[in-house]
Structure formats: structure tokens, C-alpha cells
Design a protein around this ligand. Sequence first.
Ligand code: HEM
Length: 535
Amino acid sequence: GALGVGMTEKRQQLNQIAVQDNANTVLTTSSGVPITTVDDSLKAGERGPTLIEDFQFRDRMAHFDRERIPERVVHARGSAAHGYFQVYESLSDLTRAAPFQDPSKKTPVFVRLSTVQGSKGSADTVRDVRGFATKFYTDEGNWDLVGNNIPVFFIQDAVKFPDLVHALKPEPHNEIPQGQTAHDNFWDFVSLLPESTHMLMWIMSDRTIPRSFRMINGFGVHTFRFVNADGVSRFVKFHWRPVLGVHSFIWDEALKTAGRDPDYLRRDLWMSIEMGDFPEWELGIQVIEESEADKLPFDILDATKYIPEEIVPIRYIGKMTLNRNPDEFFPETEQAVFHPGHLIPGIDVSEDPLLQGRLFSYTDTAFHRVGTNFNELPINRPVCPVHNHQRGGFMRHTIVKGQANYHPNSLGGGCPALASASKGYVHYPAPVIGRKTSNRAGSFSDHFSQARMFYNSMTDTEKGHILGAFSFELSKVSTMGIRQRMVDLLNKVDHDLSVKLADNLGVKAPEKSEVESSTKVLGVAASPALSIIKS
Ligand code: HEM
């Protein structure tokens, strides 16, 4: 391969089915008719009106008129690259997932890195979460790890997601602001939602102003399952660690860069790959025996908590290298569809109510944004064979031979399911207990311990940055009651922080909170070291 790492199966497939080179060819209409006139339409005389019979004009204009598709409802602005993943040693004891079996196997990947809030044309260096979505084209189908650069999330249940996104997007009456958290709606919502506190601490930290996409973490956030060939399931958390380390701008640099070069992160990713300076991440896992999960001082189904490394160390199991820029942005980066429910044998979901809701949302939005047959598009197509009885729908590409498009059939054609359950996808038969309810498990209600733990793990300089960020963002909030409510909420995380913030914002300093001074500490010192690491 041109880049010295061999051509992945995905590259070969794209070359075969889609990639075309227009150099040294002649211009044609979209139905293949060679064109001689490019600059002028067909008119009734030199000064006459344009004729509707000019099919070349109609072809060009009508297609142009339809070039845009809806942007992603979140994570609209992103950049992507191709590469591969390679495991260090077989993990067959933990999972039968194809990318984790053979250290000599390079699994092709496509990775899209994004901001969350801004529209497709917004600036790169704004304070925001970064999305980190990876599509593994495995021999047993596509697996998508759709994560963020922050290990926790704003909310605990997917049903709140539409309100969260309404609150953080530009306000509905004036579509302001673009690409910042500095507005009343956002702070109104989160100040009324204590479960968002932990995420807010991360958002106001330097993590949300990364200096490069090559220097961000990626986290699966939710608890997933690894299932091995014997059907044994263990809980797993996924972590991408950038080989270059995690680096951030300081706020002033990020603001100035947003003006000077709004494409800064996109350009940095593109240029580094063009120059052969390939971004790399190690994939880490935290593995927890199902029987040990209940011993943790929080619920592993709660996406506002992470598992401290002091309790369950991260084991680094392989490396991902991004070594090729897309040939064309739209059919690759824009039409790529990632989905946390794109699972392969050996990987399953947990019952995290945030993850469960995502399983619906991503398919639904893919049908809306890209279309029924999105899986057939070149970028989304698996590298392994696809056979089923799905037919029809707008923009169907595949032509299937034979009469029987149903199962069972006796007429030939068709494709039966695998006879043996030991090979195909089997949903892990997790036990289910209790009655239907919309109540949450009790431990979901501790919203401050990990927020405090995160804050206390910061150096004084970093703490200063967090205070500065809260002060900057909240000073843009015009409703004083919202400022006060945020200060009072943060008092439950750190009294000193909230007093200084109150002063910066011109609101009342709170009394020391009972929650903050309580002895309830999560994690490290308070937890017995669990012997739950599968080495
Ligand atoms: C994109 C929904 C939580 C990471 C999206 C999109 C939707 C969505 C509709 C647009 C997809 C598209 O148009 O192709 C939701 C819902 C959530 C949720 C309903 C919670 C209930 C999360 C969380 C993470 C995450 C917790 C991180 C762990 C991403 C990423 C993308 C994305 C990285 C961009 C994918 C790409 O690059 O194409 N989400 N999301 N989301 N989401 Fe979520």
C-alpha cells in the first residue's frame, strides 16, 4: 500500500465499488452522455430565454438543488479518517469478538471525531465535548464504538435527551449562541438537573478545549458486555488513550483560534495524516466480573459515574492507527452512520437506560438523515458478506438473484440462519427481575461524590481554569436566578469554588453545604480493593 501498512479490506472494497478518478476522463451527464457545451445553456436565439429541453442544464441544476442532506441532530461538525486496529494478544478468554482474537489481524476502521453542539459550519475550538466514533469493519460485521472524550454523560436516562439537546443548542427564537455553552437555556436546564453536575465539572475543565483531535481520549461511557465462546459474560468499559498524550488549549488560545482558523482541529488531523504523522490510540478495557459489579459504591448502569482506575485498573489491549484521509468528505465522513447498537458476536450491551435509549435513536435518525438503505452505502457496507431477505426501499443498490425472498422456503434461493448458535450473534441471556417501573435504582441519586472526586484530583492551576470557565460561561447568563442556582449546586461539590464563583458572578455566597461536608466519599479510599480484574 502507498502508506506502507498494506491495503485494508475496506480500501479494496471501496476501490472496487465506489472510488472513481475523474482525471483524464471526459465530462458526461449523469446518464453518461458525453458533453461538449459546459458554459452556456441552450437558448432560443443568442439573447433568448433558456429552453427546458436542455437536459444537460436540467441534469446539472436539479442534482445540485438536492446536494444537502439534514445535518446530524447532534455532532453535526466532524472529521474522519481511515485506519486499522490491531490487538496486542488474543483476548479469547474474555470475548469472541473478531478484532480481539489474533494479534496479526489488522481490522479496518473508520473514525469520526466531532463537536456536539455547533452546526456543521461552526468553529472547531469552542468549549464542547468531542465525539469519538469508531467503526470496526470486522469479519463478522460492523462494530461501532460510539463514544465521547469525557467518560460520563449529562443524564442517566435517554428519555431526557431531547430536552438536554434543546437546552444546549442555540435558543429557538434567535438561533444564538452558536458553539458555546454560554447561554440561559443551557444553564437553566442543567442547574435544575443535579445529575448533570459531574459532567459539568468535566465540561468546565480543559478537557473540552483540546489542542488536537490526536490528543483526546475516547470513552465508551456506558458499561458493555464482553462474552466469550463459552457464553460467559463480563462487564467492560472501553477507553481510547492517545499515544501523544492528552493536551488542551488554554481558554484564550481556544477563543483566538476559533477566529483565526475555525477549521483548526480538522486541518490538524488532515495535515498530520498527509505528512505521514499518523495519529494513534491504545484501546484500554476495565473488566468486571458480573458477580463483583454490585460491590462497587455506585451503579455500573449509571452513565454519570465512571469506575475509578484505583478500583479497576485499565488494561491496554491494542492499538489503532489512522493512516488515510477520506477521498471525498460527503460520501465518507458525512454519510457514515455510527450506531452503538451495531454489535458483533462477543460484544453486548448492558441495561444502562441511557444506552438502551440510544439503541432506538441512532437507527431512527439514520433512516431520517441518510435513508432506508444506509447500510448499502460504500462507507457503511461491511467487508464481510451480507445476505438477508430485506428488499426494496429508496435507493436500494443490491440485486439479489433467485425467487425466494422469504424464510423458510422450498423453492431454492433464500438464506437460512446459521444452524449452530456457537457462531452467530446470540444475545446474552441476562437475568431480568422485578416489575415494570420507571423508578431508578437508588444509587443513581448520588450526584456529587464523583464530581467532587474529579475536582479534588485537579491541580490548583486546573482548579483555577474550572473556576474561570464557570465564571466566563455563567457571566453570559442574564437571569440572575440561574446564576444563583448554579452557585448553590456547585456548593455541593466544593464550597470554596462556589464562594469564589458567587463573587465573580455577583450573587450570594452559599453557606457550607451539608452534602459537601458529609463524610460520604466515593471510590478510592472508601472502597475495598476489589479483586475483579481479569489479568
Ligand atoms: C451522534 C443520539 C448519547 C456519542 C448522535 C446522533 C443522535 C444521537 C441522534 C446523530 C447520529 C447521526 O445523525 O448519524 C443520542 C442519544 C443519546 C446520546 C439519544 C442519549 C440518550 C450519547 C452518548 C455518547 C454519544 C452518551 C457518548 C458515549 C455520539 C457520537 C455521535 C453521536 C460520537 C456522532 C457520531 C458520528 O460521528 O457520526 N447521537 N446520543 N451520544 N452521539 Fe449520541
